[in-house]
Design a protein around this ligand. Structure first.
Ligand code: ADP
Ligand code: MG
Length: 227
């Protein structure tokens, strides 16, 4: 589903070019559940943002279902992202001034869905996640685990082909983390391809495969945990 070859990415920091990704190679099969691990600052979020079409590599190839995205503009990538990707950003990135319903409805409003369809889809996803009782609540009254469920709801409400999550359990206690991981596992069982950036081995353990980033390069060890 995803093939990345020799991907490089650098940032200008204080007038100096710092290379973060120095030749990433990876491939992700449709229906897989993959963890991306590496130290803080190793470039995990940078890589996930490029996969999401939020950013572009400097060079190298990014193929999505055989389509070369490397030469697309960021504008063109915005359409790709809207149509294919469900992105769960670090620290939820929910809109505090809107209630739960309006947060989840956002991607559907962006796509100009009719109001009746928006109502039905938001209701459906809240039922799936057993969160119907918080539909009218404001975001700042929710617990961390509830906020993460709402961020997941917003990411999956438009039925994306692939779900990307950046440190989705980073600020949750262990029990809440288990609940969130169970949701990802369930989505994967339903056929969604999932990529999770994490530094938590427990998260990696429930994935089929782990890709490590070190010194700007990727590796996929032969021995991986799965369940
Ligand atoms: N927009 C940016 N401008 C400059 N440097 C950045 C930018 N984004 C990330 N970096 C730097 O790139 C490196 C990798 O960042 P990141 O991808 O966020 O790592 P990780 O998610 O693995 O912690 C870090 O050193 C970070 O400071
Ligand atoms: Mg990060």
């Amino acid at each position: 589903m995803i093939t990345i070859r020799n991907l490089h990415k650098s940032y200008m920091v204080g007038g100096k070019r710092v290379e973060v990704l120095k030749g990433i190679d990876l491939s992700i099969e449709e229906g897989a559940m993959v963890a991306i691990m590496g130290r803080s600052g190793s470039g995990k979020s940078t890589l996930l943002n490029i996969i999401a079409g939020l950013d572009k590599g400097d060079n190298g190839e990014y193929l999505y279902r055989g389509q070369n995205l490397s030469n697309k503009t960021l504008n063109e990538l915005a359409n790709f992202r809207r149509d294919k990707i469900g992105f769960i950003l670090q620290n939820y990135a929910l809109c505090d001034t809107k209630n739960v319903f309006d947060n989840i409805a956002l991607p559907l409003k962006y796509r100009k869905y009719p109001e009746s369809k928006i109502q039905a889809q938001v209701k459906g996803v809240l039922e799936d996640l057993e969160m119907t009782e918080v539909v009218d609540k404001s975001i700042d009254t929710l617990s961390g685990g509830e906020m993460q469920r709402i961020a997941i709801a917003r990411a999956i409400v438009q039925d994306p082909e692939i779900i990307l999550a950046d440190e989705p359990t980073g600020s949750l206690d262990e029990k809440t983390e288990e609940g969130i991981l169970a949701i990802f596992k369930q989505l994967n069982k339903q056929g969604k391809t999932i990529i999770i950036v994490t530094h938590d081995q427990q998260v990696a353990n429930i994935c089929d495969e782990t890709i490590y980033i070190k010194d700007g390069r990727s590796s996929t060890p032969k021995i991986t945990s799965s369940c």
